[in-house]
Design a binder for this molecule. Structure first.
Ligand SMILES: Nc1ncnc2c1ncn2[C@@H]1O[C@H](COP(=O)(O)OP(=O)(O)OP(=O)(O)O)[C@@H](O)[C@H]1O
Length: 259
């Protein structure tokens, strides 16, 4: 588990609109990388190109290359569904299947991948994934209850369990804590730190303390102006970005001199 992502010269479009321009970066396995930057600079758009979710939007496309270890995920013979299985995603709003049980929520993806998954193996995957997501103890006695019966923070951990149940190589998280209270946020941050032992993790966050707490590397994106594409300004060790960034733009952003 855990692979390296290498992006080179990536341009990201919605129809004729160039949303993100010319991004190149390397994301190391078994590390947490945070994407920060002002609203609309293309963090989520760029994140979605990393598992080919971007192209689900009408007329959306990319130019450039995204390598997952030695495989070009935009290569002609690559199945986007297989890419999304290897590179899982957790969204801003926890989105468990509401009427489906907690158990079935966790196992849904794994069942799709393996139609003949036996009960014993399924039980094992559910327990492992819920333990990995620090949720097992809270739900072990009510696995048959609907996903929607959990609190917001528990639902987000359920979504993380669902994502890890298929044993992806990479986990993409788009503002996973923005709808959560501080206690649930800390629980997810602890979980991210634990999960990085096995996964490559990329997290979009507006919360700079969060980026500083959980990530090893930080990428700062910015817009040159309204209607201009987003660009990667600087990527470095998180500690360096927050104490001694190379770019004035990064410094202004992290010190709150612009929004
Ligand atoms: N489905 C879409 N169709 C067309 N344009 C889009 C679509 N989604 C996003 N955009 C545009 O792409 C640009 C980047 O948006 P994106 O949501 O990626 O930025 P962001 O940095 O994640 O913003 P935020 O921090 O506010 O979530 C914006 O100009 C946005 O309006």
């Amino acid at each position: 588990m855990a692979k390296r992502i290498d992006v080179s010269g990536l341009h990201v479009y919605y129809g004729d609109f160039l949303a993100v321009e010319d991004v190149s970066m390397t994301i190391e396995p078994r590390s947490v990388t945070a994407f920060i930057g002002s609203s609309g600079c293309g963090k989520s758009t760029f994140l979605r190109t990393l598992n080919r979710m971007h192209e689900v939007a009408p007329n959306a496309r990319v130019d450039g290359k995204v390598m997952l270890d030695d495989v070009d995920i935009y290569g002609p013979d690559v199945d986007p569904v297989a890419v999304r299985r290897e590179i899982g995603m957790v969204f801003q709003r926890a989105n468990p299947f509401p009427t489906m049980s907690i158990y079935d929520n966790v196992i849904a993806g794994a069942k799709l991948n393996n139609k003949r998954l036996g009960k014993e193996k399924a039980d094992e995957i559910v327990e492992r994934s819920l333990r990995d997501a620090n949720l097992w103890e809270e739900v072990r006695d009510r696995l048959g209850k609907p996903g929607a019966s959990l609190s917001g923070g528990q639902q987000q951990r359920l979504c993380i369990a669902r994502a890890t149940a298929v044993e992806p190589e990479v986990l993409l998280m788009d503002e996973p804590c923005s709808a959560l209270d501080p206690i649930s946020t800390l629980a997810i941050e602890d979980l991210i730190s634990k999960l990085k032992e096995n996964y490559t993790i990329v997290i979009v966050t507006h919360n700079m303390q969060q980026a500083a707490r959980v990530s090893d590397r930080t990428a700062f994106f910015n817009l040159a102006g309204t209607g201009e594409p987003g660009r990667l300004i600087e990527m470095d060790d998180t500690n360096k970005i927050f104490t001694k960034p190379e770019s004035k733009e990064t410094e202004n952003y992290i010190t709150g001199r612009f929004g």
